[in-house]
Structures are given as C-alpha cells and as structure tokens.
Design a protein around this ligand. Structure first.
Ligand code: ADP
Length: 376
C-alpha cells in the first residue's frame, strides 16, 4: 500500500494509511516472501526511497550486504519452523539508506494475521544519535580512566621516590664522611664505626619503606564473598557490551551452568575480566571475535577463559607480559596484566596465557572453589 490513501478501498484502510503516515517511526509491511507492501512517510525520510519505487522490492534492499543474504533464510526458517529470532522480540540491527550509508536502528517486528496471507510489520527507529552519545560517553570514561591511572601511578612513583630519596641521600653523606675519615691522618676507628652504623640504619630504613609499599599492595585484597562466578560474568558482560559493540567485536559466551561457588571479590574479578576483554579487542582490532568461557576443571578449580582471534602472544613473551610496565602499545601502561595477576593471586588463583586454536590468545584465570569449605 503506498503512503497516500489513493488505493485505500475503504474508510478503515484510509484511516490506517493516515495513521501510518503520521507515525514518527518508520513503519513497513512485508509479505511472506520479504516483499515490501507498505512504506510510510517516516520510512521515506529515513531511507531516502519513495514508497512507490521501493514497494514490490525485497526488504533486504534496506539492509547492508552482510545481513541481506541471511534475511530470506531467517524468514523462511520462521515460516517453516516457527523459530523466532526477532519477531515479537525486537533488537538493534544495521540498516542501509538509498545512498548506501549504513546506520544503526532498533527494529521491532510483529506478525499480522489477516486471512490466509501472512505479513509482517516492522517498526524502525534510527538510533544513530543514541549510539553517538554512548560512544562519546565511552570515550570520556576511557580518557578519565587513563588520566586516573596515570595520575595514581605518577603519585605513587613520586611518593616512593621521595621516601626512598631521604635515606639514600643520608647514606651518600655518611659514605663521604667515612671516606674522609679513612683518608685523614688519624684513623678514628670509633668514629668510623659510628658512621658505618648510621649508614646501615639508613639502608634498613629504605628497606622498611619498600616493605611498607609491598604490604600496601598485599593488603588490597578487600572482602571476598561466596559468589557465583557466572553471575559476576553476567555483570561483566553488561559493562563490556558498549565497548565490544563499538569495536564490532562480538562476544560469544559459553558459561557452564551450576558451577560450584567461590570466595571472590566480585568487583576485582570483573576488573580482571574486563581488562582481558579490552586487551583482546585492542590486540585484534575491529571485528575481533571474542569468547568468554567458564567451567569447572575439577571440584576444586574454576576457570574463566577469554579467547580472541587476534595476533596472539609469542611464546617467548608469555611470562613477561604479566610484569609491571611491560607493554607493546604506544599508549599502554603495562599495568593491566600485572594488576590482574596480583588480584588473581590474592584469591589463591593463577592467570596464564596460551595460544588459541585460531592463533589468537587465550587468557585463562583459574580460581579455587569454596567446595571444600561449605559442602563437606
Ligand atoms: P597495556 O595494555 O597497558 O599494554 P597490559 O598489562 O594490559 O598493559 O598488557 C601488556 C601487554 O600484553 C600488551 O601491551 C600486549 O603486548 C600484550 N597483550 C595483552 N593482551 C593481549 C592479547 N589478547 N593478545 C595479544 N597480546 C596481548
């Protein structure tokens, strides 16, 4: 049906056509072969086609190539098996304008049961602006994180430098004094002993400062609760979603249900997995395929794996990448994996990297379960 009421054979149809054309969202109706029957005014504005020229064409004309081929088979599958992928559900997909430009839309599809003929109504909303603001937000968060990370690192480094510098300066001063004593005519053993004693004290102080910094890092293992690892991964996926979508890096999730519980700090474990996902996207670039997997290796051990199909980690670097400040990225800090390793260690677990079957990297986090403590 064109967008005017010229073919409307009844008042009801005329009213329907008027309603369609008044709608803000693009609305179209297709038949069971995917042929467009109705294309409202909002759809004309959105896609740049006139209703008269697009009606009769297959709806895949409005989709970018990679989706359009699949569409007919989706439709056929639904018609023969009733399997719903989108009908009555709605989801975000890509659409293509007349000029070939691709843009994100939210699509809801409903089925119209009129007599024998099956038809589908699609309501399409342009979400380019929403995506753009999501992206802006994401970039702002990234900038903020980067600044915070560098800021914290910088402050820590300045603090350490300051504290260690004091005993070092004192040691140098005492060393000079000791040399002067040695080269003087009258060697005063008592005074020399005193100076060397003071040097030793200062060196010990420097050692204590370093020990305090180590303590600080160790004590950062706050409360752990009895958790379901899969629930933590669900939360993590929500956080990773925008980033993954923005980089067109779909995450295939394979979580084994019914895993034994574990004592975990959920925020920290999320931080570890988010960091692994982000690293994987960074390594593989746009279009990377990611896998997030959870399973129990035994009654005592849970595993989370993040796999990508990027360039992988050469065997010679598989230990080194976990060292602080090791990075191959120009804007990297080299702290991500090192922090992840200490978080996992504070949970009594371990983290390692291997080659994935695709040649990419697979990071494997092994964590102890709480089975021995609660089930016996
Ligand atoms: P950063 O990301 O700041 O460089 P990380 O500790 O997170 O610091 O990572 C250290 C290095 O490990 C990266 O610079 C990169 O060389 C390597 N790396 C991490 N994850 C991957 C991955 N999924 N694929 C290939 N290399 C990786």
């Amino acid at each position: 049906m064109p967008n005017s009421s010229e073919h409307a054979s009844s008042f009801a149809e005329a009213r329907f056509a008027a309603l369609l054309d008044a709608a803000v969202d693009a609305i179209l109706v297709i038949d069971s072969n995917g042929q467009i029957e109705t294309f409202n005014r909002a759809a004309e504005r959105l896609f740049g086609y006139q209703s008269v020229e697009i009606c009769g064409q297959n709806v895949s004309t409005l989709m970018p190539d990679k989706y359009s081929h699949a569409h007919d088979s989706y439709l056929q599958r639904y018609l023969t098996t009733g399997e719903r992928r989108i009908i009555g559900i709605g989801r975000e997909v890509s659409a293509m304008r007349r000029d070939g430009s691709v843009f994100p839309v939210e699509l809801s599809v409903g089925e119209v049961a009129t007599g024998e003929k099956r038809r589908f109504v699609g309501i399409i909303r342009d979400i380019s602006e929403r995506r753009a603001s999501e992206q802006e937000l994401r970039q702002q968060q990234e900038r903020l994180e980067h600044v915070t990370r560098l800021g914290t690192l910088g402050e820590m480094a300045a603090g350490i430098a300051h504290e260690i510098n004091q005993p070092l300066t004192a040691i140098a001063t005492y060393a000079h004094a000791a040399r002067r004593l040695l080269s003087s005519d009258r060697m005063d053993a008592v005074r020399l002993d005193d100076v060397l004693g003071k040097m030793a004290t200062q060196a010990e102080r420097a050692g204590q400062i370093i020990e305090r910094i180590r303590d600080l890092a160790r004590r950062q293992s706050p409360s752990q609760e009895l958790c379901d690892l899969n629930a933590i991964m669900d939360e993590t996926l929500k956080l990773a979603e925008v980033d993954a979508r923005y980089h067109d890096a779909p995450i295939v999730v394979e979580m084994t249900p019914g895993l034994p519980h574990a004592w975990l700090n959920s925020v920290q474990i999320q931080q570890v997995v988010l960091n692994l996902l982000r690293n994987a996207i960074e390594a593989g670039g746009a279009g990377t395929k990611l896998k997030l997997r959870t399973y129990a290796r035994s009654k005592e051990e849970l595993v989370v794996e993040v796999e990508d199909n990027g360039p992988g980690v050469p065997e010679s670097l598989r230990t080194e990448i976990f060292n602080p400040f090791f990075t191959t990225r120009t804007d990297g800090t080299g702290m991500g994996l090192s922090i992840s390793r200490s978080i996992v260690a504070s949970h009594g677990g371990r983290i390692e990297v291997d080659a994935a079957p695709t040649g990419g990297a697979v990071f494997r986090v092994t964590l102890p379960t709480a089975l021995g403590e609660i089930d016996e």
